[in-house]
Ligand binder design. Structure first.
Ligand code: MN
Ligand code: MN
Length: 472
């Protein structure tokens, strides 16, 4: 039996909305961060554009390319800032700490690739005097969502001489947009009786790009030829150059405030640029650290983290070895200790509870808009398969850090057990033996052309990442 006062102690945990705790000044900060984020999201719609923009901003803040440090034979000391750029599509930023590297790193990791439609290798063709382009979707998309919306094209074409042409068409308000047609309702009897999953098939995702023929009546496929001529005039490219191109078709237009109260952001590619951008701001706010801080932005998460720019490549390990070497602190054993002693927040988006679709969620373990950064002990599917199951000792440490900094956080699973699931990059880093937990920002419309996130959650994510870099 305790005293009456002790008996009144509340042992329950309530997950409350962050909006309740904000002062007027806090709300200004919440909205200011989202304004910066919207600017970023309105222009950075490919992994390359994200990496380019991060490097540009990081260099202004004193980050130096590790290759330059190596070339000039310089060494690194506490407080130095370096980055490693992997083929323009993966980026690792390091803020060198005062402690020996073998004590481990504090790592923020997120991915900068997003679901989209990639052009095929031979994309351009003419059918019925219309110029069309073939696509192959990238990542998990509901194909019917990509028709009848304005699309833009972003990417690079690398010519045979190695020169690289940057392409962005459809974002400037004076630009044309492109798009994929859907069948008129009047003639959709067959289509409407199909399952949603095959109402629009992968091979139906062909983009209409032109309809004017060239004047020369001798020319075959005059409409297609006219498009090739225009591309050649503007970019100096020929049809064969599509073979060595990475052209990504994405929703055209800017990120916008969402809701009458402007409490949310609608954007293309929140998954996972919302975690990338907030992680980036968090490490940029750090000037010195005990343990070396890292922000890692990777490609190819949406297709299984494969390839030279995906998390499964040795890029990060190699970059870390170079950094340790420049810090005068490298050996194979120290590298392994460093990785095993590291701690990581592996960030990716979560599903926010949606009143339109309550049946797929288990309400007690769902994420909600406004309730802050989401921690997922595990992700995976069907019996946690493929997940990283974070250790409770580590979760306790994270709880304490979030509490110390007054960060609003929540915990969630991705929907009901056996309803589906998803994976992240967490398990890949955990292979080194480091402590890793999944976390991130909850969304509506995940993987749709336009996804929605809460401004409060974006702000709390950034604060959570900063708290982790300060305290872990
Ligand atoms: Mn993701
Ligand atoms: Mn995803």
């Amino acid at each position: 039996m305790g005293t009456e006062k002790e008996n009144k102690k509340d042992f329950t945990k309530k997950y409350e909305t962050a909006w309740d705790k904000y002062s007027k000044e806090d709300v200004e900060k919440v909205f200011a961060l989202s304004d910066r984020y919207k600017n970023f999201m309105s222009t950075c719609k490919t992994e390359r554009e994200c990496v380019d923009e991060f490097i540009k901003l990081a260099e202004k803040a004193g980050y130096v390319d590790i290759n330059k440090i190596i070339k000039e034979g310089k060494s690194l000391k506490a407080g130095d800032k370096v980055y490693a750029n992997n083929k323009g599509k993966t980026l690792a930023m390091f803020l060198i700490g005062s402690e020996p590297m073998e004590k481990g790193l504090k790592i923020l990791g997120a991915h900068v690739d997003s679901p989209r439609l990639d052009l095929k290798q031979n994309p351009l063709y003419e059918d019925s005097e219309l110029a069309m382009m073939e696509t192959h979707y990238y990542g998990g998309v509901k194909k019917y969502q990509w028709v009848t919306i304005p699309l833009s094209i972003h990417g690079v074409v690398v010519k045979k001489d190695g020169s690289l042409v940057n392409v962005v068409i459809g974002e400037d308000e004076n630009d044309p947009v492109i798009g994929i047609s859907d069948l008129l309702i009047h003639l959709s009897a067959d289509q409407m009786s199909k399952k949603l999953s095959n109402g629009i098939e992968g091979e139906d995702l062909n983009i209409l790009v032109g309809s004017i023929p060239v004047e020369d009546k001798e020319q075959k496929e005059r409409v297609k030829y006219n498009i090739l001529r225009m591309l050649n005039e503007k970019y100096g490219i020929e049809e064969e150059d599509f073979v060595s191109a990475e052209l990504e078709v994405v929703p055209a237009g800017k990120a916008r405030d969402y809701g009458f109260d402007r409490s949310m952001v609608m954007a293309y590619g929140h998954d996972d640029r919302v975690c990338s951008y907030t992680s980036f701001e968090a490490i940029m706010a750090m000037e010195k650290a005990d343990k070396t801080c890292v922000a890692l932005f990777v490609d190819k998460e949406e297709v299984g983290s494969i390839g030279a720019t995906g998390m499964s490549s040795r890029f990060f390990e190699n970059a870390l070895a170079e950094v340790m070497d420049r810090a005068g602190d490298y050996s194979e054993l120290k590298l392994r200790r460093c990785l095993a002693n590291s701690k990581m927040l592996s960030s990716d988006v979560s599903a926010a509870f949606d009143p339109n679709y309550p049946s797929v969620m288990e309400k007690k373990n769902s994420a909600y808009f406004g309730k802050g950064i989401v921690f997922n002990k595990y992700t995976g599917a069907r019996g946690k398969s493929g997940c990283n199951d974070a250790n409770p000792e580590y979760i306790a440490e994270i709880r304490a850090i979030m509490g110390k900094h007054g960060v609003t956080w929540q915990t969630a699973e991705l929907g009901k057990v056996d309803q589906g699931g998803g994976g992240t990059i967490a398990y890949i880093l955990a292979e080194y033996g480091m402590e890793v937990i999944d976390c991130g920002v909850a969304l509506h419309n995940m993987h749709a052309p336009w996804e929605v996130a809460s401004k409060a959650d974006i702000y709390e994510a950034m604060r959570g990442y900063y708290a982790f870099l300060m305290e872990a």
